[in-house]
Each structure stands twice: as structure tokens, then as C-alpha cells.
Design a binder for this molecule. Structure first.
Ligand SMILES: *Cc1c(COP(=O)(O)O)cnc(C)c1O
Length: 246
């Protein structure tokens, strides 16, 4: 096998293992695996590797930087859904709206308004999620939970954005069980918002990563964002311009 075939085979096996773990987590709580979208997080991975992942069966891809995605997305020759999962600055909103199919990381009313106005210009309806800083860590992006009702009220009035639900990044913990309360809380926040503003916000919960996705699924995740368990460890020496496969 040449190197590309080996990479593809490794990703295929990783994907099968992750899908199996998703199915088992669903089974534990009486959910169906079809309820959970697996977003393969391809940040720092080169376009060639990402294309191989698509050939291995990946259908949804997540990127956290608009700049990186702008060079990568045109090079990935596959019909996939692209998810923006990282903080978005206003000056990149236009590019983000044209590159991505879903934006998970809306963390202010201002950025939602910018997305909305570019979506109108591009005649697109943009599905978005609101990122919530459930743990209150100072280093994290996301809405303070107390600011959500006002945000939902304003954002749900915007034309050209469709508010699909909430997203969170749980704190880094040694035992994934310690992340559970944050996933539970995101589900409660979604339920409260849906009760208070009927029809304004969808039911999606984007939560769970390589180290904690099974717990997130047990607590209702409808989208999990998984990088390392599919692509392997990310290189600290990553340079978006290098031509190697890794
Ligand atoms: C990198 C990243 C992920 C994936 O992390 P892994 O630990 O590699 O699964 C998920 N969500 C966000 C927001 C990320 O930045």
C-alpha cells in the first residue's frame, strides 16, 4: 500500500471505532445513532488528508479558523458539510458565511447580526448555534447563560439566520464524568429557551469531543465534534502552507 492508502485505511478504522462508540452510547440511553451527527474536526490537517477522510466515509467536517478553512476547503474534493466551530471575528464574518454551511460558534449578538447581513447579501440562510460558556471559565468564548434569553430574542428576529440550538466546550477534565454536569446544563438551557420562546430556537446540542463525547451523547448531544480520535494527534509543528500529507 502507498502512503495515501495507509492513511485512508487508518482513518477508516478510526471512524468505524468512533461510530461504534457513538452507537453504544446511544444504546445505553435509548437513543438512535441517526440522531447524532459526527463532525470530524480537521483543523491542522492538510487538504490531502482531509480528502482521504472523505473517501473513508466522513460527511461532516469542522474547522476552527476561517483563514485556514479558506485555503483548505477549495482543495478538498468532496461534497461535505463544513462546520465552523471556532471563535469568529466580525471582519471574517463575510468569508465565513460564504465558506461554511453551519456556524456553531456564535458568541455575541453583534456577530450574529454580521452573519445575518452577509447571508442576506449572499442569498443564503445560515444555520447557527449559540456557543455557551457553561463553566464560566475566563479563557472561554461563549455567552454567559444569563445573557441567552435576550440574545435569543434578538437573534431569532434576524432574517437569513436560522437558530438551530446551542453549543459548548466542556472544561478539560481528567475523568469525562466530570464534564457531565456541563452537558446536562446545556440541555436544560436549551429546554428553558424553547419553552420561553416557542419556535425561536431549534433542539440541537453541539457538545462532546474526543475525550468526552460518550458522556455528551448520554446527555443529549445531537452533534459531536471529534478530531483526534479520527485524524490522530495534531502536530505542534503544523504549518498550513507545508505540502506534506500529515
Ligand atoms: C479542536 C476542537 C474539537 C475537537 O477536539 P478533539 O479533542 O481533537 O476531539 C472540538 N471542538 C472544538 C471547538 C475544537 O476547537
Amino acid at each position: 500500500m502507498d502512503e495515501a492508502q495507509e492513511v485512508k485505511e487508518t482513518i477508516r478504522q478510526n471512524l468505524a471505532r468512533v461510530q461504534n462508540r457513538i452507537a453504544n452510547a446511544c444504546q445505553r440511553v435509548g437513543r438512535r445513532p441517526e440522531e447524532v451527527t459526527l463532525v470530524a474536526v480537521s483543523k491542522t490537517m492538510h487538504a490531502q488528508r482531509v480528502t482521504l477522510a472523505c473517501e473513508a466515509g466522513v460527511r461532516d467536517l469542522g474547522e476552527n479558523r476561517v483563514q485556514e478553512a479558506a485555503t483548505k476547503i477549495p482543495l478538498v474534493k468532496a461534497d461535505v458539510t463544513w462546520h465552523l466551530i471556532g471563535h469568529l471575528q466580525t471582519n471574517k464574518a463575510k468569508q465565513a458565511v460564504s465558506l461554511f454551511d453551519v456556524i456553531h460558534s456564535v458568541d455575541s449578538v453583534r456577530i450574529a447580526e454580521a452573519i445575518g447581513s452577509y447571508a442576506i447579501a449572499l442569498r443564503k440562510e445560515m444555520p447557527i448555534l449559540l456557543e455557551v460558556n457553561v463553566s464560566g471559565e475566563a479563557t472561554k468564548y461563549g455567552f454567559d447563560p444569563v445573557a441567552l434569553p435576550a440574545a435569543v430574542e434578538t437573534i431569532s428576529q434576524l432574517r437569513s439566520v436560522r437558530l438551530e440550538g446551542l453549543m459548548t466546550v466542556a472544561p478539560m477534565v481528567r475523568n469525562p464524568e466530570e464534564a457531565r454536569p456541563f452537558f446536562v446544563r446545556l440541555g436544560e438551557l436549551r429546554d428553558e429557551l424553547r419553552d420561553r420562546f416557542p419556535g425561536a430556537i431549534g433542539r440541537h446540542l453541539s457538545m462532546g469531543m474526543t475525550d468526552d463525547f460518550e458522556v455528551a451523547i448520554e446527555e443529549g448531544a445531537t452533534m459531536v465534534r471529534i478530531g483526534r480520535a479520527i485524524f490522530g494527534e495534531r502536530s505542534v509543528h503544523f504549518s498550513p502552507d507545508s505540502a506534506t500529507i500529515s
